[in-house]
Design a protein around this ligand. Sequence first.
Ligand SMILES: C[S@@+](CC[C@H](N)C(=O)[O-])C[C@H]1O[C@@H](n2cnc3c(N)ncnc32)[C@H](O)[C@@H]1O
Length: 177
Amino acid sequence: MRFTFWLLAFVALAQDNKPQEVEKLAPYYPTPETIVQKMLQLGELKPGEKMFDLGSGDGRIVIMAAEKFRANAVGVEWDKELYKQSTDKIQSLRLQKTAKIINGDIMQQDFSSADMITVYLLPNSNDKLRPILEKQLKKGTRIVSHDFAFKDWKPEKEETIDDDGEGRSHTLYLYRR
Ligand SMILES: C[S@@+](CC[C@H](N)C(=O)[O-])C[C@H]1O[C@@H](n2cnc3c(N)ncnc32)[C@H](O)[C@@H]1O
């Protein structure tokens, strides 16, 4: 539910009053697996394509992209615990050749090789990210955003899932550069 996401964001960002190098663009709030699959389907991810999940949490999007869609998948996650948890899972599933997590800041990466991008961040974080993606992404790259649209971009498709089985509704936005 979007309200829970906002509440978590408020608490996490309010507690986070230490100066730090990495700006926290959203709290950790995972996408349900059924919605992960819909995001990757909406973005028409194909075998061998390069995808990035920006703020990869426990790695579920990267793992499904590599395991089910046979993509070359990369996550970016600044939180050390989540980085370790997702990297351990990738190793235990023997997906190291096609899935990896960068322990770093989304704002400092090069996404120019991406065929597809997934994001689940806050609206003002999408605003900060937009010029970076506009500058870096090659023509035709698909971006799928969970719940929050990118201002000034016109979605090619919008899909709402009224109930994910746990009473939560989700909206997905597909953009093409
Ligand atoms: C809402 S969660 C989404 C997790 C995952 N993409 C999913 O959909 O299940 C956002 C994630 O972004 C990470 N994050 C926030 N700011 C970041 C930054 N500047 N660089 C890298 N990761 C960041 C958080 O730690 C969190 O795991």
